[in-house]
Write a protein that binds this ligand. Structure first.
Ligand code: ADP
Length: 403
């Protein structure tokens, strides 16, 4: 096979996560992270599959040096997994936003980079970092193909009735303001895994997928295509999240502005100081901390959990109706895969749809595929762990083998 080893890069503003796959068997060979890029304290964490984690401080003033660090560790004589980094036959990059201009995974060229630069407007932290990762790989892995896989891509099949905002049309036509949706790679992976699990042809699959993590979103999948999703122009919309508000009356934003908060301050409040962090009375964005506080009797934490479950159930019910009934509701992401408490609170609000929690199975399900609803439920609730990196590697391979 020509494209055997595929490196997947997920670059953030100050970090760069990577995984290397052998695509002949879809096995992960190693994973790692360079964090605090651009500071004196840049640090590498590297885990070759089946071996102990290795960590060291590194010099990484920019993404370019961080990629160099990745190359060096991949071929390190003590911990490395390759003899030569030329063995990497392609690189798949996670990219946040490309508006409506990239609907499929694509080989990187000048135009693709220009589009990513353009949509930094909607992803000011992510897009420039994604681009820096791509440029660094082009410099260092000379001649190796780079492929972009967009977070928004899976949702590009939404019909206008789902993605349009009812505001003057010029904001769509000139400014590209519409619902895009995110976590697309995860929703895509889980939708395919669900079809396999349910033994349904993919293009007949009807499911509601709840990706619940620090960032959370739900998608309605009708006949294998995304029909609607909860996030919007940016990943701020929809569900209540770790630090993000999710949906609020837009008046809240005007009110804050009139009170004197600047756009940047409002951005910080809604993206970084809201959600669980604002509501649970302990200032933590983490679900485990919230549950522990709620169990200890903290009524703010109890209320925050109810708010979260309420909003999730609201969307699941709406999407179930819009897609004409669903084969299943799927839970994934750090919370969806691991938190039996959160799943129970949500499923308890879905009884009207014929979905009831199986307490015993739910309690012991953590990070594995399992049906967590009772056998009598007419709408099954299923946990399916996501794997965004593997999906990016698969999509990268698909682009290259079709090229
Ligand atoms: P991200 O959106 O950053 O990828 P994750 O999908 O890793 O986030 O999800 C992180 C969330 O998952 C955190 O709120 C964390 O508390 C929660 N989580 C992870 N493990 C558990 C667990 N065992 N029980 C409850 N919540 C968990």
């Amino acid at each position: 096979m020509a494209y055997e080893k595929i490196l997947v890069i997920n670059s953030g503003s100050s970090s760069l996560k990577f995984q290397l796959f052998d695509m002949t068997t879809e096995t992960m060979l190693c994973k790692g992270l360079v964090e605090r890029i651009g500071t004196e304290k840049a640090h590498l964490v590297f885990t070759p599959t089946g071996k102990a984690k290795y960590e060291e401080d590194v010099e990484a003033p920019s993404h370019s040096e961080a990629i160099r660090v990745v190359c060096d560790i991949l071929v390190d004589s003590r911990f490395g997994v390759l003899k030569d980094f030329a063995e990497v036959s392609a690189i798949g990059h996670r990219v946040l936003h490309a508006g409506e201009e990239i609907k499929q995974p694509m080989l990187v060229d000048g135009n693709v980079k220009e589009i990513i630069r353009k949509y930094s407007l909607f992803g000011p932290l992510h897009n420039p970092a994604n681009l820096a990762g791509i440029v660094a790989c082009e410099e260092i892995f000379k001649g190796t193909p780079n492929v972009v896989v967009l977070d928004t891509q899976f949702h590009q099949t939404m019909p206008p009735e789902a993605y349009m905002y009812a505001i003057p049309m010029k904001f769509y036509k000139e400014d590209h303001l519409r619902k895009y949706g995110f976590h697309g790679t995860s929703h895509n992976f889980v939708a395919h895994a669900a079809a396999e699990f349910l033994k349904k042809p993919y293009d007949e699959l009807n499911v509601v997928i709840c990706h619940l993590g620090n960032g959370s979103s739900i998608s309605a999948v009708k006949n294998g295509k995304c029909f609607d999703t909860t996030m919007g122009v940016t990943p701020l919309a929809g569900l209540m999240m770790g630090t993000r508000s999710g949906d609020v009356d837009p008046f809240v934003v005007m009110y804050m502005a009139r009170k004197g908060y600047t756009p940047d301050q409002i951005d910080t409040i809604l993206n970084k100081e809201s959600g669980f962090k604002a509501m649970n009375g302990i200032g933590s964005a983490d679900m485990r901390d919230t549950i522990a506080a709620a169990e200890a009797g903290n009524t703010d934490a109890q209320n925050a959990l109810k708010m979260f479950a309420h909003r999730v159930a609201l969307y699941v019910g709406g999407y179930y109706t819009l897609i004409g009934g669903a084969d299943a509701v799927i839970f994934t992401g750090g919370i969806g895969e691991n938190s039996f408490e959160a799943r129970k609170m949500i499923v308890d609000r879905l009884n009207a749809l014929g979905c009831f929690i199986d307490e015993e199975v739910n309690l012991k399900t953590r990070g594995t595929v399992a049906v967590v609803s009772t056998p009598e439920s007419t709408l099954p609730a299923i946990v399916i762990p996501t794997n965004e990196e593997l999906m990016i590697a698969r999509e990268t391979l698909r682009v290259l083998t079709q090229a």
